[in-house]
Design a protein around this ligand. Structure first.
Ligand code: ATP
Ligand code: MG
Length: 589
């Protein structure tokens, strides 16, 4: 194993100011990672980090091998052509997410990209080798460095420009076969994250324009998480905010609706002002918001009518439209597309473009009477209704584009209320269908001999993000607290005085014997004060500290559990047995 006196081991008292996340701070202070050339999102994994990553990889391999997934390795340097075949080259370039390079020596300066994900590469591998349905199903996986030019690399290992991912791809002749593997993978992911000591939750995830129920994310619950999870424990529903459904709180009913009327609302800017001025509740208002969608290279306006107190979920909107992007229209665009002053749009906005679309969220569609814009500056309707006859307003396509939030009612169990939590995405499993196999011509001959596009699933885990998520959940004021399964070492053997010959001898013997018993031990035999060693031990957070101190004269050593801080006196001759038991069961008795 490792003697610190012979190791490159450097810790720091303070983390640099730019580190915000606790995991980032502690990993830097413990010397686990170091930014390459000071660049954000680019880290060297030091020896301690590498041991953690190796252990995570081992767990990943063990669990995947159980379901007969086969490990392999695809290139990281991808010719542009395979990404052009799937149609994603231009998408990734437009988003700036892929690092690209040119081989200027090649004729026509051939272009390449550094792999951010490997659907194209694995499809290219499989299409050369797949002929018949008899070869299906199978699952391939790799553990490898990915490259993504993230807009905001941050929080250390959490969002890097270069990071380690496990990505798996499954291939099927039928949807049932895909669903079966997907279900097995769901279990594999749960096993991997449980074994790694994480507090996690699988949630329904946005599966982009492909839609369907075919996607789950596994979220580590932590305040620093960039995702919001909404859940209802009454019925075990949990979903990413991007995808979550809910029933908004009931609208306040309009007590005595009068006839439709146009009322003066000069200078109104917000629905709150509208509610105050008209002495109504915000839930009695329909607001009309103009978006500009980008699809197939063209832009078109989309008007969304939604209840006054609700917010539009742009991911849902984008998916429904199957658009590349949707953006809130600027004031100039509102004028340009409708001729109406922003703030006064009605559900029947007079569009100048035929391609315009009108979507009404169920929250607004459910209102019997409401106040809304009437396409005239300085005026709003009151007592408006949906309908087709004169004096009513057109409903448009009723589509859920509402942002669910904590406090909403559960759509599956309306008497229960949704709660929210923050999560770090550890992994994502996805039923792809034929999204890649079709354009890339990955086919097989079915039983009748007809060529069919193969049905695919894909499954990712952020291997290098996982330990950062773990630390976010498992630390204290003194440092990290590693669980046995992925700790860099299991035992931190501390020699308090290297000048004490007897101590040195016992340390050497225990160091050897522990290793012989299969226990991973880090020996702190540096010429440092005991206090310094204890501080470092707490910082790097190995599960158990074994201290040789004054009691050694009586043949006694101290064993301290990092997580609880509890200590036990153990006789020297009992140490190996003691740790064998601890490492096997997590209990000393
Ligand atoms: P995110 O929403 O966090 O950007 P993603 O949806 O783009 O992630 P996937 O393409 O599903 O991520 O990648 C699979 C896994 O790889 C993710 O679940 C996550 O754990 C990890 N991952 C993704 N991007 C990064 C990154 N920049 N740095 C570290 N890990 C990452
Ligand atoms: Mg994802």
């Amino acid at each position: 194993m490792t003697r610190l006196s012979k190791s490159f081991f450097v810790t720091q008292r303070e983390a640099p100011a730019e580190a915000v996340a606790i995991s980032h701070k502690l990993l830097l202070r413990g010397g686990f990672i170091r930014p390459l050339g000071g660049t954000a999102g680019l880290y060297t994994y030091g020896p301690l980090m590498w041991r953690v990553l190796t252990k995570i990889e081992r767990i990943v391999r063990e669990e995947l091998d159980k379901i007969d997934a086969q490990e392999m390795l695809l290139p990281q340097l991808h010719p542009a052509e395979i990404w052009q075949e799937s149609g994603r080259w231009s998408v990734y370039l437009a988003e700036g997410l892929m690092f690209t390079l040119k081989d200027s020596a090649a004729e026509g300066a051939r272009e390449f990209g550094l792999g951010p994900t490997h659907e194209e590469a694995v499809c290219d591998f499989v299409r050369g080798n797949l002929t018949t349905y008899r070869q299906l199903p199978f699952t391939l996986y790799q553990i490898q460095t990915k490259f993504r030019n993230e807009r905001r690399p941050r929080f250390g290992l959490m969002r890097g420009r270069e990071f380690i991912m496990k990505d798996a791809y499954s291939f099927h002749a039928t949807d049932e076969s895909l669903k079966k593997t997907y279900g097995a993978m769901y279990q594999v992911y749960s096993n991997i994250f449980s074994r790694s000591g994480l507090n996690f939750r699988p949630v329904e995830a946005d599966s982009g324009a492909i839609g369907g129920s075919g996607s789950h994310e596994f979220m580590a619950l932590a305040e620093i998480g960039e995702d919001t999870i909404l859940y209802c424990d009454a019925i075990n529903y949990a979903a990413n905010l991007e995808k979550a459904r809910s029933l908004p709180p009931q609208a306040v009913p309009v007590a005595h609706p009068g006839p439709l009327a146009k009322v003066a609302t000069p200078g109104l800017k917000t629905v709150q002002e509208q509610a105050r001025l008209l002495d109504i509740d915000v839930t009695q208002i329909v607001k009309n918001i103009l978006y500009v969608a980008l699809k197939a290279g063209t832009e078109f306006p989309v008007l969304v009518s939604i209840r006054g107190d609700r917010q539009v979920n742009e991911t849902k909107l984008k998916n429904f439209l199957d658009a590349l992007d949707v953006r809130l229209a600027t004031d100039a665009q509102v004028l340009d597309f409708t001729g109406v002053t922003p703030g006064f749009l009605g559900p029947d906005a007079p569009f100048t473009l035929k391609t315009a679309q009108h979507i009404t969220d169920p929250s607004a569609a459910a209102l019997p009477y409401f106040s809304t814009g009437c396409n005239e500056q300085g005026y709003h309707w009151i007592n408006a209704r949906w309908g087709t006859e004169p004096g009513t307003l057109p409903l448009g396509a009723v589509v859920d584009v509402d942002t669910a939030q904590a406090g909403d009612r559960c759509h599956l169990k309306p008497d229960a209320v949704l709660e929210s939590a923050r999560g770090i995405e550890l992994g994502h499993i996805f039923q792809l269908g034929t999204k890649y196999s079709r354009p890339m011509g990955v086919t097989f001959a079915d039983e009748a001999g007809a060529a069919q596009p193969v049905i695919m699933g894909c499954y990712g885990i952020g291997v290098s993000r996982l330990p950062a998520a773990l630390i976010e959940q498992s630390h204290d004021a003194d440092g990290m607290i590693w669980p046995l399964a992925i700790a860099p070492y299991q035992v931190h053997l501390v020699l308090t005085n290297i000048k004490d010959h007897a101590q040195l001898q016992v340390a050497d013997k225990l160091y050897q014997k522990l290793q012989d018993a299969g226990i991973e031990v880090l020996l702190d035999d540096r010429d440092e004060r005991a206090g310094v060693k204890f501080k470092d031990a707490d910082l790097i957070g190995l599960p158990y500290r074994l201290t040789l101190g004054r009691d050694l004269k009586e043949g006694i050593v101290e064993v301290r559990e990092r997580k609880t801080g509890t200590t036990e006196k153990v006789a020297v001759e009992q140490v190996i047995e003691h740790f064998t038991r601890l490492v096997q069961t997590g209990h000393s008795t």
